[in-house]
Write a protein that binds this ligand. Structure first.
Ligand SMILES: Nc1ncnc2c1ncn2[C@@H]1O[C@H](COP(=O)(O)OP(=O)(O)OP(=O)(O)O)[C@@H](O)[C@H]1O
Ligand SMILES: [Mg+2]
Length: 233
């Protein structure tokens, strides 16, 4: 097995809500090898989005350690974590988080501007074409449907050719045909570019195509047999 790209060791996340302390994640450990595809399933509110944010280094745990690309994140400040992620980590947010005043093309260009390289416009245009939005480059997010915004978010996550992609319900707003196309695209990249995928999904077809399925419940991850996910739906 190749060297892990990500190792989470006893991650705990506790938040305070009013007077109450809520433990979202409880000493959760996970190791993901380069090139692996992992699906994370679980009920609404189980903490999947919280976990994804922590694994990507976008959020900090209350306790425990995350090692990303061999670097313990606890030793890095926010700028150091951003530098570690730049160009290497792509993230598709559950609510897309597109910038409302920027066009589809400008949104996809954003990560490239943070790690400049040649041919930026061309690369961003090519990604929008790959997700089926080649004709919509000048549209603002509000001029796009939910599924179209989701595809812009996917293009933005992949535009830097990252080694590791996190996607929070990447097919959640897509019709079955478009969803199937996006799933094919994700796994082609996984296979051809060796991109490691960590996906949160309720989509059993997507989960079954992953190397590994995990269920988040009571702040812990438990293995699920991908072949039995969704009972063959
Ligand atoms: N900053 C916060 N303060 C208080 N509670 C929070 C905070 N962040 C998350 N939570 C709570 O933690 C729980 C887990 O939230 P999270 O968004 O991670 O769930 P999820 O599994 O992604 O759910 P869904 O499937 O609906 O997207 C929820 O009950 C949520 O209300
Ligand atoms: Mg969520």
């Amino acid at each position: 097995m190749s060297r892990p790209v990500l190792q989470a060791d006893k991650l705990t996340k506790t938040v305070t809500s009013g007077e109450r302390k809520l433990a979202i994640l409880n000493q959760l450990s996970l190791s993901v090898a380069a090139g692996e595809s992992v699906a994370i399933l679980g009920k609404s509110g189980a903490g999947k989005s919280t976990l994804l944010g922590l694994l990507a280094g976008l959020d900090t745990p209350s306790d425990g350690e995350l090692i990303l690309f061999g670097q313990p994140l606890s030793r890095l400040d926010e700028d150091g974590r951003a530098a570690l992620r730049a160009g290497r980590v792509g993230f598709v947010f559950q609510n897309f988080q597109l910038l409302p005043t920027l066009s589809a093309l400008e949104n996809v260009l954003l990560p490239l501007e943070l790690s400049p390289r040649a041919g930026e416009d061309h690369t961003a245009q090519a990604w929008l074409a790959k997700v089926g939005l080649g004709e919509r480059v000048d549209h603002l997010p509000k001029q796009l449907s939910g599924g179209e915004q989701q595809r812009v978010a996917i293009a933005r996550a992949f535009v830097t050719d990252p080694k590791l992609v996190f996607a929070d319900e990447p097919t959640g707003n897509l019709d079955p045909d478009t969803g199937a196309q996006i799933i094919d695209l994700l796994f082609t990249l996984n296979r051809e570019a060796g991109t490691t995928l960590i996906l949160v999904t309720h989509d059993h077809a997507l989960a079954r195509r992953c190397d590994r399925c995990l269920q988040l419940a009571q702040g812990q991850l438990l293995p699920l047999d991908p072949n039995t996910v969704g009972g063959g739906q």
